[in-house]
Design a protein around this ligand. Structure first.
Ligand SMILES: Nc1ncnc2c1ncn2[C@@H]1O[C@H](COP(=O)(O)OP(=O)(O)OP(=O)(O)O)[C@@H](O)[C@H]1O
Length: 352
């Protein structure tokens, strides 16, 4: 399980770091890693978002010429779609990805595509590698075998600063993991203050806008310790959707959410699920603006999140995608593994 919160990543390695800036933040463990990322950019302190490949087959809006076809609905059709659809709208593809930790063979040939406009859930039993595949997509972990393609370009190994542009990938980790010693405002604006040429008053305005987009007002001066768990997740979401408006080209953005509703009560879960929808390009944020996220992937165990926040599901089991289909097909699928998982039964192919 991943333990950071929303984070744009660019680092091929995670060196130990003792910069005065990091010390000033008083961060430790996983959070120190985040601080180290900008420290290691040397003078430029170029904290950049993850993942990168040059745009291909783009329309004037920067997106692929072929948009995701929402019309396919059935389990069989959605499978057929995977083979027949024009691949020019594929933003991310995992092809035959393997990953082991020591003698534990976690991923054993995982393949799937994430298309422009999609809202995809990854589900499956605990320990089956869902967080691991998110980290591989984000470039935080390298596959042992197999490839990750970002807009058609193979990414070798981890994210590196030299691979420039084409797609932004944000990872919103399960725990909010905000900088404890920074205010909400400073947390949300962190990357722009550190990494952009935007004047401070404009960043301040962007922070306010992005907090408003996730329904948070009047909390900018609070510290994370003064927020509820649900509010922290919303702040993490605001941090992940803030854009550098001065960049010459704005790449499409894919957000990866690792168990965004874990530990939340049902109503707080609904709020976060709706927010995930609202910041998507097909949604509308809290102030009525269309969302900016091109596609997203949610790892979740929560039925409400499956029903409410995603359209298509990938079921990961024993290191492979053993089933995929539209969300509504999940509850009615006759696949024995899916049926057992959906019902929570102890009887079936999944053994604990
Ligand atoms: N860095 C690591 N070193 C060693 N083992 C790891 C590492 N990361 C993950 N694992 C192991 O890989 C397996 C898969 O972990 P992962 O967090 O991807 O599973 P998951 O499907 O997300 O689980 P859950 O649903 O419980 O969150 C687990 O057995 C975990 O202990």
């Amino acid at each position: 399980m991943v333990s950071l919160s929303s984070l744009w990543w660019s680092s091929p390695s995670l060196p130990s770091c003792s910069s005065s800036r990091s010390t000033a933040y008083g961060v430790s463990g996983a959070k120190r890693i985040e601080s180290c990322v900008y420290k290691q950019k040397k003078k430029k302190r170029n904290v950049i978002c993850a993942c990168m490949a040059p745009p291909r087959n783009l329309e004037s809006d920067g997106f692929s010429g072929t948009k995701f076809n929402e019309s396919f609905k059935s389990e069989s059709l959605s499978n057929a779609f995977q083979h027949e659809h024009d691949d020019s709208d594929v933003l991310i593809e995992c092809r035959n990805v393997y990953k082991s930790f020591g003698k534990k063979h976690i991923l054993r040939g995982v393949s799937f595509k994430i298309r422009h406009g999609e809202a995809v859930g990854i589900i499956g039993p605990s320990g089956t590698g869902k967080s691991t595949i998110l980290k591989i997509i984000a470039g935080l972990l390298a596959p042992d075998k197999g490839e990750v393609y970002i807009r058609g370009r193979m990414r070798a190994g981890l994210i590196s600063d030299e691979e420039i542009s084409g797609l932004r990938i944000g990872l919103v980790f399960q725990s909010a993991a905000l900088f404890d010693s920074l205010t909400v405002h400073e947390n949300v604006g962190f990357l722009l203050y550190e990494n952009s040429r935007i004047p401070e008053d404009q960043i301040s305005q962007l922070v306010t806008e992005n907090l408003a987009a996730v329904g948070l007002k009047g909390v900018e001066d609070r510290l994370p310790s003064e927020l509820s768990g649900g509010m922290k997740k919303r702040v993490a979401l605001a941090r992940s959707i803030i854009f550098d408006t001065m960049k010459e080209s704005i790449e499409p953005e894919v957000l990866l959410y690792d168990e965004p509703t874990a530990g939340l009560d049902p109503i707080a879960s609904t709020v976060v699920e709706d927010l995930i929808r609202s910041v998507h390009m097909k949604g509308e944020d809290a102030v009525g603006k269309p969302g900016k996220i091109a596609s997203y992937v949610v790892v979740t165990h929560q039925h409400s999140t499956i029903r409410r926040a995603v359209d298509r599901l990938l079921f990961l089991h024993e290191g492979r995608v053993v089933w995929q289909g539209m969300t509504e097909e999940f509850m009615t699928s006759t696949n024995p593994t899916v049926r057992q998982f959906a019902s929570g039964s102890l009887d079936g192919p999944i053994r604990y």
